[in-house]
Each structure stands twice: as structure tokens, then as C-alpha cells.
Design a protein around this ligand. Sequence first.
Ligand SMILES: [Zn+2]
Length: 410
Amino acid sequence: MTSALYLEDPRLLEFEARVVATRPTDQGMEIVLDRSAFYPEGGGQPADHGDIRGIPVVHVRSDGRTIYHRVSGEIPDAFEGAVVPCRIDASRRRDYQQQHTGQHLLSGAFMQVGPYPTVSVHQGTDYTTIEIETLSIPDADLDQVERRANEAIEADLPVVAQWATEETIGAFPLRRPPKVSGSIRVVRIGDFDCVACGGVHVSRTAEVRLVRLLDVESIRGNTRTIWKIGDRAFAHYREASAVVRELGSALSARPHELAERVGMQEERIRTAELEIRRLNERLHELIAARLLDEARPEQGSGHGRTVITADFAEEPKDLLRGVTERLVREPGVAVCLINRTDERLQWSIGAGPGVPLEFDSIRGELFPVIAARGGGRPPVWQGTGARVEAAPEFLERFRRLAEEVPRVDG
Ligand SMILES: [Zn+2]
């Protein structure tokens, strides 16, 4: 059985103890000491880290009687029986003492404001969550819970652990019935909160520094509240302030104007996108009209066919499709366009009414010319090609093939 020093003195971070046993487990070696200030994982509070004579302690657990310290290093020979110096990672302990005591204050405040009972808590590496047994909590109540907890911090109340028995426990104003029987450890925060708990806490509430609500979400019919507590709340305040400052200077707005300014920007982007689409459509129409004008005088190839080919460079990706879709509205038009971009080219082929272009039968002759890929459905096909230098030959072959296609009347 290990004597649990953390229960009596939560400020004890360095101590000496005798090694009682060492044992291998699936995850590494475990060390048992005759006494330990290492807090074992439990009650939503993670285990302490630290070292035992320089060997890193990575996890600590308790079976109710014995505390097992899992280490990540080699254990020297003849370690059992030795008296060894032990040290707890102070910043990690401080962080979780703040999280845990802050959670007591918040659970107490939730009962005072609601009553909203706490069903579960989780202390993560980034934030602490408190799940409340209720469908939803009005914003005004959440504000009040946060304010009350911060007032209790400002009042610098003593946090005191006392032992009670099943006979004497009735004298304590417990926030909820104890989950254990026999000898019961009761943790009292002034007259603010009182609950049975085996965790490690700060000694006075001012050490918690600050609690700040981050978010609220619904879960399994309960309400999960997410908190920044202690040093984390100050770090979060600094980060949030920096983000607001950056946004403010980017948008030339003061903090309270930011939301409105972002809304205005979104509206301007929506308007600009509509305008771009309208201008693109107009541009495609004009290019299609010019190509048609240039091609028509050459009519009289025998079929009343208008074959249009054109070679563009560095145009936007949707230009070919836009222009081709306009041209295929014209009866008798067969069109093949190319757009060269960087090391590749884009192609598009279209057949207007009365042009029975069998794409599958011409692709065999056209595709190898530019090492093309792609496809589509009548009346428009498109894709890419790798051989940019062969673009003129591609267009010329298309022209020949398109002029050979017989006219279909009606
Ligand atoms: Zn506690």
C-alpha cells in the first residue's frame, strides 16, 4: 500500500521514497514506492508527470491501495529497497490544479445559478469540459456562472480537504452525494462549494486566476460547456487579442466593427462574383461573334459548313467551354479551339445543329497529334494535350475532318 502524500499536501513537489517493487507491463516498467506525491489519473484529472531519480515518469495510476508509476527509461539493477529522490513536473501539476479547482468552482456556480447538475468533466490538454444535465442553458445563466466563479476566485477563498465518515458526512453541505463509502475526503471551498473528491487542488482560489467560457454544445440530451481555466485563460486572452488586432488592421476596423465589416466584405465579394460571371458571358459572346464573322466569308466548302478553329494562349480555364457552347448554337458550325497554358494545352470541340460529328470516329486520328486526353457529350467535348508545338496540326486535321462530314438537312 502506498501512502498518498498529495492528499495531505498538494504543494509537495519534491520528496524521497523507498522503492518497494518494480514490474514490467505491456507499456513499460512500473515502479511502486512506499509513499508518493504523484497524483494518479482519476476523477477527470490526468496523472502527474516528473521523474524518479532521473527516470522520466510518464503515467501514474492507482488501484485504490497501491500507486504505480510507469517510467520511460531503464531501471538500474538493485533498485528495489533504494531510497530515491522524486520530482513532480511543477508546471503540469499547476495547470491541472487550476483546471480541477476551476471545475469545482464552475460546478458549484452551475448549481447556484440553475440548479444545473454536473454529469461529467474532462480535463484535456487544451481546454476543460463540464457536461451539464440539461437540454440547454440560457446565455444569461452562462454569464452568471462565469461571473460567480470569477468572484469566488477574486475572494481568494481557502480550499480545504477534510476527512469524514458515513456517520459525519451528513454535516457537510455536499453539492452531490458521495460516490464512495467508508472514509470520505471532502473538499470545501469557503462557503462556496463542498464536494467529496480525491483530486489535487490549489490551496486558495486566487491561484485559479480566471475562468472563461469558450463554447457550448449539445450532446446526448445534455449541454457540454467548454472552458479556458487558469494560465490557459490568460494565454487564450493574449491569442484572441492578437487575432482581433490583426483583423482590425487588415480591415481598418475597431474590434466592435469587425463583424459588420466582414459582412460588408462578403457582400462585396458576392456582387463582384456576379459581375465577373456576367462579364465573362459577355466576353464569350463577343469572341464567338468575332470567330463567326471571320469564318463565314470562307463558306462554300460544298456542304454549307462553317468550320471554326482558333488558337488562344494563357486564357482563363473556362473560356474555351464558354465560347464553344455559344458557337454550337449556330446551325452548320463545327468548332475546334485551343488554349495554350504553360507546358500544356486545353482543347475543345463542338458541333452545331446539322453537323453529325462522330467524335468517337475522329478522336482516333486527332488525339495522338497532341497526346490528348478528355471527352464529353454532344455537342461539346473538351480535354487537355501534352504536345503544345503540335497545336496548329491538331487544328488543321480537325478542319479537314469537319469539312468531310456530310451535311444533314432538316
Ligand atoms: Zn476535486
